[in-house]
Design a protein around this ligand. Structure first.
Ligand code: GLC
Length: 637
């Protein structure tokens, strides 16, 4: 049950609400009247800086250090969060309340928040999740295309709208922080996080930082559904050797600045409220230990004033294993990390950092800088005035409007790569075979970071499979579904093979040995091709796969990426309700041996960056000017 005493329905103050709130202030869970002495930090009409100064003047060292900790929900209940004055909680991928429903999420959030608000200073928590393609941990939430598909759509306003809708669904559950967008630049498609990238050049990730505005609004906290966004992972996670996740980006500073820094600069210019540090290294230095990149470049050169948050146990991984040591605590905090994300051991972290501060190895000014950044975002989000979930928003979670937007995004992300005239398919008449392991599997079409960290095959959440969509769009056609394509013969006018990858996330998706079709897909494709029936291949994958030896047997090829819960958007394009407009956000290799392969590197792939056909057969220009990308500043090191 939500607390009975939250004064404002909305979790964010609007000007009217703020005026109304001036008369009533929330101290803990008991409203008091303005005539009683109220500290400056409790007055929502005072400037944020004043409120931060006043609050910090009341905080002990332990209060301050507690604010620098973000703990996984499984390691700390609400009582621990209150007792240790922790600054934030998170749900790691798939870490859901026992009942995975929007209402249960709101109850969980409010429970943690109530414990925080009822501490003596009443500092609310931030609660972070990986809402990276919709509020994707929550069953029933709208699942949007993963970033690589949005990169193929290449539409900053569409991406802003997707993020805005996602923000509504996040806020409905109380959550106030998403670890998105990933603005990584994927350079080697063997990387298991390629699908989290908007593209292989700095152009698309820079332009699509419009997601930040979608999540936060033009100004953080300017609406009841504004949530804190995160540009991640800083810096160079997509540049590692052989695409090894959490590996070493062996590039010179000029390339790091020209290719990987621009999207972060764009995100900072949009006012992104947090930046997450990468597990990876740059020329052998762990990003979590890199004071030059974090403090000198991000905070000083780019002028980032938000929260620098570590990745999950990222500080403990500075030395390689997962658990942190006092030396790693000192190194990460002194490098410029403001909030440390932990799977467990929050109490030991607090005591370790306190020892480092009292010994003078971590300056108190560094702690104050971190806490100032954290409190500033909490005030800007309006959490002190309205800390609890706004349950009026729950009806929009997975609602028709968001699902229609997701379907629009799926349509826009489809890239037509081959077409001998077989497409668009007529929606009326005859028989069409639908085959392939990804035709009728919402888990596969959603990919990783869906309900669970890795995602999984099967009916993992609510939505429409690609087969469901085909049946809806081609009601005048007899649709025959067989996963292996068995029964195909010349009585069919066409066969659609929906193939590709099954879900994975992070290093579980690394394929250093190559990106090939699996045996099941090969067998299905061979069976269909041998029948002589025209074959349309729909590739549901997080990245290009090796198809050069097979594509000659296909009459049509559409890259569908990882469309999410609204598979009907794929059918809209296959049957001509919408023309394909997507363009490749990554070069499609001829063979995996070409990896890394990127625009302008002199290699010739199967399809170039920017490729994409339309139904009038026109080849879209390979790379139109994708808009001004800020030139890199001169190398500093
Ligand atoms: C991870 C990921 C990061 C995510 C974090 C919290 O391991 O690298 O992208 O935001 O954990 O789930």
């Amino acid at each position: 049950m939500p607390p009975s005493s939250s004064v404002l329905r909305y979790r964010r103050t609007t000007p009217m609400a703020a005026a109304g709130a001036a008369a009533l202030l929330v101290l803990g869970s008991t409203p008091v009247h303005a005539e009683e002495a109220a500290p400056i930090y409790r007055d929502s009409l005072r400037a944020v800086d004043e409120r931060v100064d006043d609050l910090m003047s009341r905080m002990s060292l332990n209060d301050k250090i507690g604010q620098m900790v973000q703990i996984e929900r499984g390691a700390a209940d609400a009582g621990a969060v209150g007792d240790h004055r922790l600054g934030a909680v998170l749900s790691a991928g798939g870490s859901t309340p026992d009942t995975n429903s929007p209402e249960a999420w709101a109850d969980m959030y409010d429970g943690y928040q109530r414990a925080a608000v009822e501490t003596p200073l009443g500092i609310p928590i931030l609660y972070g999740v990986d809402a990276v393609h919709g509020h994707n941990n929550v069953r029933g939430a709208t699942i949007f295309p993963h970033n690589i598909g949005l990169g193929a759509a290449g539409d900053p306003e569409l991406v802003r709208r997707v993020a805005e809708a996602t923000g509504v669904e996040i806020a409905a559950t109380g959550i106030d922080w998403t670890f998105a967008p990933c603005v990584c630049v994927a350079r080697d498609d063997r990387w298991g996080r390629t699908y989290e990238s908007f593209g292989e050049t700095p152009d698309l990730p820079s332009q699509l930082t419009s997601a930040v505005t979608g999540f936060q609004g033009e100004t953080l906290g300017d609406s009841p559904t504004s949530v804190l966004a995160t540009a991640k992972h800083y810096l160079g996670d997509g540049a590692t050797e052989e695409g090894r996740d959490r590996g070493d980006a062996v590039v010179d500073e000029e390339e790091l600045r020209a290719v990987h820094l621009p999207p972060f600069r764009a995100a900072v210019e949009r006012g992104v409220g947090s930046v997450m540090i990468s597990y990876s290294s740059w020329n052998g230095t762990k990003a979590h230990a890199d004071r030059y990149l974090i403090t000198d470049v991000l905070k000083e050169e780019l002028g980032f004033t938000g929260i620098v948050v570590s990745d999950y146990d990222g500080v403990g991984r500075i030395s390689g294993n997962r658990d942190f040591t006092p030396e790693e605590v000192r190194t990460g905090v002194n490098a410029g990390i403001d909030m440390i994300m932990l799977s467990k051991n929050h109490a030991r972290f607090i005591s370790d950092l306190r020892v480092e501060v009292e010994a003078g190895r971590v300056p108190r000014e560094r702690v104050d800088d971190a806490v100032r950044r954290i409190l500033t975002k909490k005030f800007e989000l309006g959490l002190f005035e309205a800390p609890y979930a706004d349950r009026d928003l729950l009806a929009q979670v997975g609602g028709d409007a968001h699902r229609e937007l997701a379907r629009e995004a799926v349509r826009a992300s489809q890239v037509l790569l081959e077409n001998d005239g077989v497409l668009p398919l007529a929606p009326e008449g005859g028989k069409v075979m639908v085959a392939g392991k990804n035709a009728d599997d919402i888990g596969n079409q959603s990919g990783g970071w869906t309900i669970s960290w890795q995602g999984s095959s099967g009916e993992t959440t609510d939505g429409t499979t690609i087969l469901d969509g085909i049946r809806e769009v081609a009601q005048g056609t007899e649709i025959v579904h067989d996963r292996e394509g068995r029964g195909i013969d010349d009585s069919f006018r066409a066969a659609i093979a929906v193939v590709g990858e099954t879900p994975y996330a992070e290093y579980e998706g690394d394929r250093p040995d190559g990106l090939v079709l699996d045996d099941e897909d090969r067998a299905t494709l061979t069976r269909l091709a041998d029948s002589g029936v025209p074959v349309v291949v729909v590739m549901v994958s997080g990245r290009p796969l090796e198809i050069a030896d097979e594509v000659g047997d296909w009459n049509g090829l559409v890259a569908a990426w990882l469309p999410g819960s609204e598979g009907a958007g794929v059918a809209d394009v296959l049957f001509g309700r919408s023309a394909p407009t997507g363009r490749l956000p990554v070069t499609w290799m001829r063979t995996s041996d070409q990896q890394p392969i990127n625009e302008g590197d002199g290699q010739e792939g199967l399809y170039p960056y920017g490729a994409g056909l339309s139904y009038d057969g026109a080849e879209r220009p390979a790379t139109e000017e994708a808009g001004e990308v800020p030139s890199p500043l001169p190398a500093q090191r």
